[in-house]
Ligand binder design. Sequence first.
Ligand code: AMP
Length: 284
Amino acid sequence: MRRASGPDATMRILRDLPTLRAELASLGPVALVPTMGALHAGHLSLIAAARREVGPGGVVAASIFVNPLQFLPGEDFDRYPRQEEADLAMLAEAGCDLAWLPSVETMYPPGQASTIIVEGPAQGWEGTARPGHFRGVATVCAKLFLQTGASVALFGEKDWQQLQVIRRMARDLDMPLRILGCPTLREADGLAMSSRNRYLDPEARARAAALPGAMRAAIEAMARGTSPAAALATARAGLTASGFTLDYLALVEPETLLEVPAPPGRLIAAARLGSIRLLDNMAA
Ligand code: AMP
């Protein structure tokens, strides 16, 4: 076991399962924040929420694992940002008690043959754009829940469909933990924080806030009585004119992700600026 070097020098940094289990056996209830690293303020807001959930006597655990199973062939698994030292310092600073950093071999031992397939909310949208993605997400989250014995796991609303998929899985498989969704943290101009935003060149970064801008405008137009079809068509046209390639912009039932004709619902979007794919969603 190695100690963190950040301001809170008591954070435990663990990489193998027997040590994790031995460590956790003697500690209080665990709140888990699963991440792929390249941390930003959005992730740290989940750490703060985790502390609120378990209190000073509980364990706030964060996992950092870039999960190969949730990347499709040709996606950015190799290019995904990795910055372990900086992430560990940020976690320690944020008051995290335990960082869980399994290797790919620890997570997926040779011969691994079991995965979890969620249907329902995993179908459509990201499920269509990235076939197999949610199988990878569900499988790694189920393993992280079992590895840590967490009593609560915290996820960002930023990845709305993912949050619904994990909730569905936990409910369907009687997993003994709560799944808590936390609000999306945004940059000053409204762009949802994301580890991949760093890959936007300055010109694309300046344009990126048009996505949440168009979504907000559509929601306000619908609230003023504009038909949903017209409000969404205006948003799509505006985004295309701003250089986005839209994968989808849709109004859906928040839990099932099935399309609804009018609010209330969740407005979900995926749009590409060059090779960078942005995701966002808002209550509508
Ligand atoms: P990732 O490292 O991208 O897999 O994200 C790890 C967790 O952080 C997921 O539950 C995300 O939904 C959440 N997250 C990512 N970006 C944000 C954000 N801007 N605000 C709040 N949570 C976020």
